[in-house]
Design a protein around this ligand. Sequence first.
Ligand code: ADP
Ligand code: MG
Length: 339
Amino acid sequence: MTILDSQSLESAAAPARDDDVVLRVRDLKTYLYTKRGVGKAVDGVSFDLRRGETLGLVGESGSGKSMTCLSVLRLNPEPASRIVGGQILLRGEDLLQKTDSEMRTVRGRRIAIVLQDPMTALNPVLTIKDQVGETLRLHQGLRGRTLWQRAVELLKKLRISDPERRLNSYPHQLSGGMRQRIVSAIALSCEPEVLLADEPTTALDVTVQAALLKLLKDLQREAGFPILFVTHDFGIVARMCDTVAVMYAGKIVEKASTATLFRSPAHPYTQALLRSVPDVLVETERLASIEGQPPSIFALSQGCAFAPRCPHVMDRCRVEYPSEIRLAQDQTVRCWRHA
Ligand SMILES: Nc1ncnc2c1ncn2[C@@H]1O[C@H](COP(=O)(O)OP(=O)(O)O)[C@@H](O)[C@H]1O
Ligand SMILES: [Mg+2]
C-alpha cells in the first residue's frame, strides 16, 4: 500500500462542478518593491478551490507560496509588497474590491489561516482561554459560561486532552503540536468557508504532524471547507491533497489531480521536484537535488523562468512564456514541450 491511497484517487476523479467553487483566484499579481527593483513574487496566479477540496501549493523556497496565501487575505507585507492585479473571488465577491473594514470580517470569520509557527499566532502573555475566548466573543458574541463551554467543546473537537487545564495555560507551557492544535481550534472556531494552511506542520515531529493532518482532514470531511495547503513535502501532498499546483518563480507551472501529478508529471520542473524528494510512492530513501539555482524574481526574462535549469530547453523557451495548456481534464501545464 502506497501513501497515495484510494481516497485521494477517488476524489480526484470526481466531476468538477462550477457551483462548487468557493474561492476563485484569477491572474493574481503581488509585486515586491525594493531598492533592488520590482520583484514579481506572485505573477499571474490562478486557481479554484472547490467545496471539500484540498489543493496543495508546492514549490521550492522563495517561489511565492506564502505570498500567494497572504495575498488572498490581503495580509501580504506592506509596504514591501503590493497586490497589483487580479481577482480574489470568495463565492463571487472580489476581496480586492473590499474596504479594509470589510476585510476584517473576512479574515478569521470567512477565511482562516494557519501558519507554520503557532507562536506567531498566539500572544505569549495571554492564556489560551483569553485567546480562544477573544475569537468567540468577537465573531460569535459569546460571553461568560456559554463562552467557556464553547471553548471547552472546541478544544475537545481538536482532540485536546484535559481542555479545562489547557485553557488556563499560557502558550509556552504547551508543546509545539499542542500549540498548533490550539491555533487550528481558533482558526476553525468560526466555521470558515476556506482554510489557508501555510506549512502548518513543518516545525512538528513526524507523529505529531501525522496526527494534526488527520485531524484537519477529519474536520474538513465534517464541515466541507476547502483547504489551500502550502507545503514542500510531497508525502503530505500524497496524504492530504486532491489536487496540486506547482509554483516556480511566482507562476503556477502545472496543475493536476494528485494521482495524475505523481503518475505523469508534465512540467520538467515538477519532474525534477519529484525526483529530488525521497520517493513517496515506493518510500525509498533516494535523494537528488535539482541542478542550478532558482531564478531571481527581480531579473526574470520574457521566457520560461525554468529554462536555464531545464534539461529539455528549446530556443523558444528563452524568449516566450507559454500560457496554460490543457493535457487532460485534470491536468494543465505551461511548457512548450506540450504545445
Ligand atoms: N517581507 C518581505 N519583504 C521582502 N521580500 C519578501 C518578503 N516576504 C517574502 N519576500 C520575497 O518574496 C518572494 C516569495 O516569497 P514567499 O512567498 O515567502 O516564498 P515561499 O513561501 O514559496 O517560500 C521571495 O523572493 C521572498 O524573498
Ligand atoms: Mg513560505
